[in-house]
Structure formats: structure tokens, C-alpha cells
Design a protein around this ligand. Structure first.
Ligand SMILES: Cc1cc2nc3c(=O)[nH]c(=O)nc-3n(C[C@H](O)[C@H](O)[C@H](O)COP(=O)(O)OP(=O)(O)OC[C@H]3O[C@@H](n4cnc5c(N)ncnc54)[C@H](O)[C@@H]3O)c2cc1C
Length: 352
């Protein structure tokens, strides 16, 4: 049987393990970090296609939301939720333009006025005149999802750091880890920000952007935020235990900051914004998670055949949204199925 090594146990590696297992493949995961990944463990987890960089990106993200729904059918009990997103990151003409663009693509969009916003979010302090509601959007915690997918896949997990991909005559033969060599017929790099170092010795330069992210959780509060809320200053959601989960940078999906400010300053600024959004609530810092977002140089996913036969790459930001569909399509292709047109614009070869 073909032996596949997936390097990385975040949402991308886990989703690939699950999809390959469903196709009867023998898979081993190798990861430096514990199951649940690195960026995956610091993610906001917003599942959406309302943010996109081009139309191919939109279609892949939209397919990503459908792939999440298939996962929840396959694995009942996953804590993925579909509460929708209340959005007024842009206002006025820019908001209307966003609505028109998304409706033209067939996305579900509701235009809300003040009274409808108050109905959906009574705890909101400053109520905008208008907002959009995206009813199909939701939230998944990628680290929790990754652990569930790894368990369901039955894949063996080796806690080791891969130092290099080994090759013979242009074909991947396995990996060399800090614990020794691991032979394989196929190697898949689902290594997030760790990917360029593994590709560089193979003569492949994968450019990555420097995008640090800090996610803050507050104390548990009564239910005050039943939607994903995206304002011009802040994105926020509330988890099942009542904690507000909030990225420390406003508009994090389009965030261009290469550095984070000092921790107390950034945390205080975020808490100040949350207290203004939900006045009258005792909102405090509880804990944080920090990671570099795995953003390829052009901001788009990198999914497909690498620089060797038998070597595959799956690296992406918005991986909370995208990993399940990228894994479905890549698993199909790797095991001899057709190449999906959905991946055509996201191939690694664009950087060669
Ligand atoms: C702050 C923040 C907010 C985000 N918000 C959203 C959001 O709202 N919606 C959305 O869709 N996406 C969001 N994302 C992006 C999303 O979380 C990531 O795209 C996704 O988690 C990437 O998953 P991954 O498995 O590819 O990478 P990771 O979770 O980073 O996992 C990489 C894995 O590779 C392993 N690894 C790396 N190098 C090696 C090596 N040499 N040897 C062995 N193992 C190695 C690591 O140990 C780890 O297990 C956010 C990310 C961040 C950081």
C-alpha cells in the first residue's frame, strides 16, 4: 500500500489525513507541535466567502463553507456553528458596493436597517444606520476540528520535526526528522509558516508574508454576541462558554501589519473597543493565543504538486475556511482523480 506522510497536524494536515483515510490510504502525520497546529490554535475561525481577493478565491472560499457542512454531516458533534455574520466593516457606498458584488456572485446577503440590527444584536452599544447580514457564515475552531479529524482518520501521529525532504532521481522518498529518517511514497507539506525552509533546499522559493496575529479571549459573559460581528474597528464572536474571542488587530482578514504593538497596549486597545461595543458588561482579559498567519506572498492559497514527484504542498491563510475543501480536492487529485478547476489559480508552480 502507498505510504503517505503528511507533515503538519493543524487543520490542513488533519483535513488531508481525514480525506485520504476515506479513500483507504495509509497515512502518518508528523508534526513538531501537538495535534491542533500552530496558526490553527490561534485562529478566529470565521468561515466566510464575503472576504476575497479575486473571483477564484471567492469560489474556493464558498466551496470551503460547503465542505465544512459535509464534515459536520460526516462527523456529527463537531462544534462548527452557522450563526451568520453581521457586517459593517465598510459603511455608506462601500457597504452597498460589497452587497452588490456579493449578490452578483450568488452569495446570500441581507441588508439591515437600525431596527433590524437591534433585533439581531440587542446588546450592541453604538448601532450603525445600516449593516449587511451574511446568513450562511459561521465559526469553526480549527484546532478542535483538527483534533477531531485526526482521531476520525485513525492516522498515526509522530511528534518530530522534519529537517528535510529526502529525494532520489527527482522523486520524494520520505523525510529526515530529528528522530531519524521516515521513508514514504508520498510527502505532503501542510506545514504553514514552516514550509519555505523545507522547499528552499529543493530549489523552490515560496515567498511568505509576515503577518503576526494575536487573538484575545475575555472572561465568560452572558450571551451578548449571537453572530460573528465585523465592525470597522473590531471583529468579535462569542464562544460556547461565553468568552468573547477578538483579534487584536481590526479588520484582521485584510491586515497588513508586519509587527504587533506591545502586548499590554494592544490588549488594552482591544478591550476598550469591546467595552464600547457592549457597554454595561464587565469585560476583562482572560487569555490570548498568538501565531504567525501562514500567508503566501500573493495572499492566496498554495495547493498542489511540489518541485518533486510525490511531493505535495498545501499552505494557506484563511485555512479555517479553506482547509476542508483544499483537502477534499487535493486528496482526490493525489489518489489519481481529476484535477479540480477550483484549484487552477492556486498551484505552487506560479512561484517557480
Ligand atoms: C490570528 C489568526 C486569525 C485567523 N483567523 C482566521 C479566520 O477567521 N478565518 C479563517 O478562515 N482563517 C483564519 N486564520 C487562518 C487559519 O487559522 C490558518 O490558515 C490555518 O489555521 C492554517 O492551518 P495549517 O494547518 O495550514 O497551519 P498550522 O495550524 O500553523 O499548522 C502547521 C503545522 O505544521 C507543523 N510544522 C511546521 N513545520 C514543521 C516541520 N519542519 N516539521 C514538523 N512539523 C512542522 C506545525 O507543528 C503545525 O502542526 C487565522 C490565523 C491566525 C493566526
Amino acid at each position: 500500500m502507498t505510504q503517505t506522510l503528511i507533515i503538519g497536524a493543524g487543520i490542513t494536515g488533519a483535513a488531508l489525513a481525514f480525506q485520504l483515510f476515506r479513500r483507504g490510504e495509509d497515512v502518518t502525520l508528523v508534526s513538531t507541535h501537538a495535534q491542533g497546529g500552530l496558526a490553527s490554535a490561534a485562529s478566529f475561525g470565521w468561515l466566510n466567502a464575503s472576504y476575497f481577493l479575486n473571483h477564484s478565491h471567492y469560489h474556493l472560499r464558498h466551496a470551503g463553507m460547503a465542505a465544512h457542512r459535509r464534515l459536520t454531516e460526516a462527523l456529527p458533534g463537531l462544534p462548527t456553528t452557522w450563526q451568520g455574520c453581521l457586517w459593517y466593516e465598510a459603511t455608506g457606498d462601500a457597504q452597498e458596493e460589497t452587497a452588490a458584488d456579493l449578490l452578483a456572485l450568488g452569495y446570500k446577503v441581507e441588508r439591515l436597517i437600525r431596527s433590524q440590527i437591534v433585533d439581531r444584536l440587542p446588546a450592541l452599544g453604538p448601532v450603525p444606520d445600516t449593516a449587511l447580514f451574511f446568513p450562511e457564515e459561521g465559526v469553526a475552531d480549527p484546532a478542535i476540528l483538527a483534533r477531531a479529524l485526526i482521531t476520525a482518520s485513525g492516522a498515526a501521529v509522530v511528534r518530530a520535526t522534519v529537517q528535510s525532504v529526502t529525494e532520489k532521481k527527482g522523486r520524494a522518498t520520505g523525510v529526515l526528522t530529528d528522530l531519524g529518517p521516515l521513508p514514504a511514497d508520498r510527502v505532503i507539506l501542510a506545514t504553514g509558516t514552516g514550509t519555505p525552509e523545507l522547499l528552499e533546499p529543493l530549489g523552490f522559493t515560496l515567498p511568505m508574508l509576515q503577518r503576526p496575529g494575536l487573538m484575545i479571549a475575555t472572561n465568560a459573559l452572558p450571551p451578548i454576541c449571537p453572530v460573528v460581528l465585523a465592525t470597522p474597528d473590531q471583529e468579535v464572536r462569542q464562544d460556547a462558554k461565553g468568552h468573547l474571542i477578538a483579534p487584536a488587530s481590526a479588520g484582521h482578514q485584510g491586515d497588513h501589519a508586519e509587527t504587533l504593538g506591545s502586548f499590554p497596549v494592544v490588549v488594552n486597545a482591544t478591550l476598550t473597543r469591546l467595552r464600547a461595543l457592549f457597554p454595561g458588561h464587565d469585560i476583562h482579559f482572560a487569555h490570548q493565543a498568538m501565531a504567525l498567519r501562514p500567508v503566501p506572498g500573493d495572499g492566496l492559497p498554495v495547493v498542489g504538486q511540489g518541485p518533486l514527484k510525490g511531493l505535495w504542498i498545501a499552505v494557506m491563510h484563511s485555512g479555517a475556511t479553506l482547509a476542508p475543501v483544499a483537502a477534499e480536492l487535493l486528496a482526490e487529485e493525489i489518489t489519481g482523480g481529476p484535477e479540480s478547476p477550483l484549484l487552477a489559480d492556486f498551484r505552487p508552480a506560479r512561484f517557480q
